[in-house]
Structure formats: C-alpha cells, structure tokens
Design a protein around this ligand. Sequence first.
Ligand SMILES: NC(=O)c1ccc[n+]([C@@H]2O[C@H](COP(=O)([O-])OP(=O)(O)OC[C@H]3O[C@@H](n4cnc5c(N)ncnc54)[C@H](OP(=O)(O)O)[C@@H]3O)[C@@H](O)[C@H]2O)c1
Length: 254
Amino acid sequence: MDKPLTGQVAFVTGASSGLGRRFAHVLADAGAAVALAARRTERLDKEAAAIAGRGGRAMAVALDVADVGAIGPALDRVQAELGPLSILINNAGVGGEGMALDLSPEAFDQTFAVNVRGVYFAAREAARRMIDSGVAGEGRARIVNIASIAAETVLPGLTAYCASKAAVAMMTKGLAREWARSGVAVNAICPGYIETEINSDWFHTEGGQKQIKGFPRRRLMDENALDAALTMLAGPAARFITGTLVTVDDGQSL
Ligand SMILES: NC(=O)c1ccc[n+]([C@@H]2O[C@H](COP(=O)([O-])OP(=O)(O)OC[C@H]3O[C@@H](n4cnc5c(N)ncnc54)[C@H](OP(=O)(O)O)[C@@H]3O)[C@@H](O)[C@H]2O)c1
C-alpha cells in the first residue's frame, strides 16, 4: 500500500472522538507517526493502542487547547518521543450553540477559546518548531485547520460558532501569508455535516431530520468523507497549496 506520509510526525487535536479520531487513523495508515491530543485521555490511549496494533506509531497527549500555555510543552513531549513535528491537524472544536439573545458570555468565550485561540496558538507553537527543526525548510511542514461550511454560511442558532469558524478561515489565509517564505503550508478544510458527538443529538430530532431532507443529496456525509482532502493537504501533494480553504460538503451549502 502506498504510504505518502512515511517519515512524517503528526499532531491531531481533538482526537478523542469524531473527525479527529478518524484523522489520526487515516494519517497513521498513510505512514505518519501520530500524537493524539485531547482532554479525555482514556479514549486517546485506546485509539493509540489500536494504531500500534496495526503496526503504526502513536502516542496519547493530554491537552486542553484552551490552556494556551500547555500547547508548547505538549508539542515538545511529542517531538521528544516521535521526532520533529511536520503536520498539525487543528481539529479540536466545540459547538457553541445558542440563540444570540440567550447565549451566556461564558459559552461564547469557551467557543472562541477552543475554536479560535486554541487554533491560532497551536498553529504558532507548531510553526515555530517546524521552522526551528528544519522541517519547514525541507518543504514538509503542513498545518491543516478544520473550519466548517459555517465559516461562510449562516447556521441559525450557531452565530458564535459560525463567527469562530470564519475566524479560522481568515487566520488560515493570514498565517499562510506570514509563513509562506519559511515553508509552512497552512490550509483549511471546510466540512459539511458528518454525524459526530457535536451534532448527533440534533440530527435525531425532528428539526434535524428536516434539515437533512433539505440538503441537495438528502443525507449526511460518511465518516470517510474528508480522508482524501486531509491526506492531500497533509502530504507532498500540497507542496504548492497554501492559504486555501477546501470545502467538502456534499453540496450541503449550495
Ligand atoms: N461533525 C461535523 O459535521 C463538523 C462539520 C464541520 C466542522 N466540524 C468541526 O470538526 C471538528 C471536530 O468536531 P467533531 O464533529 O469531531 O466533534 P466531536 O466528536 O464533538 O469532537 C470534538 C473534539 O474536540 C475535542 N475538544 C473539545 N474541547 C477541547 C479542548 N478544550 N481541548 C482539547 N480538545 C478539545 C474533544 O475532545 P475532549 O472532549 O476529549 O477534549 C473531541 O475530541 C470541530 O472543530 C468541528 O467544529 C465538524
């Protein structure tokens, strides 16, 4: 089997469930050594063991991305164990649902602490290390931010979330521009809906079912929907791709 990410070291935030869990397995199967980061470490241990059981290299890392000061030390632990970091998947995110008239300042702040500050400072800490280690100079440094179709589409009741994802989209372009010469590629995937813990309750309500029937293809996407975009943006195929938002949404936002 072709393993385009052999020799790379990836750090995936929010790898304890949903998309991040999937990303960790996809990157590992493509040959990368993978660090799985999140707060629920017992889940990370299980996924890391599953990767190791298939012959891959993986480690679990306890990390709350809202604790910005903890990000750098977490990356250092990974580099000490797996080698120089070359791929960051900035995936950890929270829903931040609630109508604007009701949403508490605390819920708003948590949405931005995880979805915006966490992404920005994880990108910065990763880029610093990729540049210092020489990985960026070799053209292997990749940062993939997980934004959403919410970056460009209004989702009613999710204004704080949409605003946070719009920030991710813009910082993707800004950071790509800042780090273009140093060799760090920064791109984003804007996924449509895939059923995970973030939205599962909703899609089992009458309103959620109605929303699915309103999509052009009347379905949610499968969990493997982002595999190709992820592998492309994390690997050699992205040599000339930076500052790009890749929408994978089955036409849901049309
Ligand atoms: N599912 C979709 O339809 C969809 C569509 C577009 C975009 N997205 C985006 O995809 C990303 C993953 O979402 P998902 O659907 O996979 O949801 P999920 O199953 O709820 O996963 C969210 C992940 O983020 C982690 N996380 C939350 N707060 C964290 C924190 N403070 N520090 C570290 N990790 C934290 C969670 O881990 P712990 O709780 O263990 O820390 C979990 O692993 C999010 O950015 C989301 O906005 C999802």
